[in-house]
Design a protein around this ligand. Structure first.
Ligand SMILES: Nc1ncnc2c1ncn2[C@@H]1O[C@H](COP(=O)(O)OP(=O)(O)OP(=O)(O)O)[C@@H](O)[C@H]1O
Ligand SMILES: [Mg+2]
Length: 230
């Protein structure tokens, strides 16, 4: 057990909420699991420090408060512009290097039982001129969890993601449907769930919508069968 790589079919799909839920669930089982967000754009400055919001959400969900050295391993690349990683890196003149991310990941994996790594956007998001997030997923070699929307449009996006991961030889742990907005729970959503399962990649569960979700309450989300399947 060394964790999961959480990707999604888009930005804002529910990756961080899923990561927070998993951290809370696994830590509740006595597993020393920690979060990693290798690249964060849209960071804020708080008390002179550059703060990565997704990492802080996950740390609060996991009830962890590591020191600055460990926080920098958990999020080695932090940028202020709220845009694609390669663009933020270009604006700030600090290019993203996959070997540096791998070093930070190895250090965390040595210190802890497992690491939950959250990507940025979807799998073909560029990190620099040559590499995309998929190159990082290939190197990290963690089983991939795909966060996906329940409604219209999810089939195409999820199939494209699975095809690319398959072509790259990445192991997939499963699909998790995340209701990041009020769900319709209609015939389309019911059929989507069945049709997604036709990919051969299991649909592990569905994180249900709860308005005003906070890191402290993410563990209380109705997770369908996720706890049993993970
Ligand atoms: N189950 C849920 N109930 C209520 N709100 C949710 C739920 N899941 C996600 N959200 C909301 O949807 C929005 C997007 O979720 P989240 O930040 O997890 O997406 P993401 O894929 O991590 O985005 P990014 O690509 O920016 O990292 C957030 O405002 C979050 O609070
Ligand atoms: Mg996120």
């Amino acid at each position: 057990m060394k964790g999961f790589f959480i990707t999604g079919t888009d930005t804002g799909i529910g990756k961080t909420v899923l990561a927070g839920w998993l951290l809370a669930h696994m830590r509740g089982q006595g597993i020393d699991v920690v979060p990693m967000k290798p690249v964060q754009t849209g960071c804020e400055i708080r008390r002179g420090r550059i703060v990565a919001p997704d990492l802080e959400f996950c740390l609060r969900a996991a009830k962890l408060d590591p020191n600055e050295e460990e926080r920098s391993l958990m999020c080695p690349y932090r940028y202020k512009p709220a845009c694609s990683p390669h663009l933020a890196a270009g604006i700030e003149g600090r290019p993203i290097r996959i070997p540096r991310i791998m070093q930070a990941f190895q250090r965390l994996a040595e210190r802890h039982d497992a690491v939950i790594v959250e990507g940025a956007g979807g799998i073909l998001v560029p990190l620099n001129r040559r590499s995309t997030l998929l190159d990082l997923i290939q190197k990290i070699r963690l089983p991939v969890l795909i966060a996906t929307r329940p409604g219209l449009g999810t089939l195409n996006h999820t199939f494209l993601t699975i095809n690319e991961l398959r072509r790259a030889g990445c192991a997939m742990a499963g699909i998790v449907i995340v209701e990041s907005g009020p769900p319709a729970r209609d015939a389309i959503e019911r059929d989507n769930r069945k049709t997604l399962a036709r990919t051969g990649i299991p649909v592990l569960g569905r994180l249900k919508y709860r308005s005003g979700i906070s890191p402290e309450h993410v563990r209380c989300l109705d997770a369908d069968n996720l706890a049993r399947n993970i």
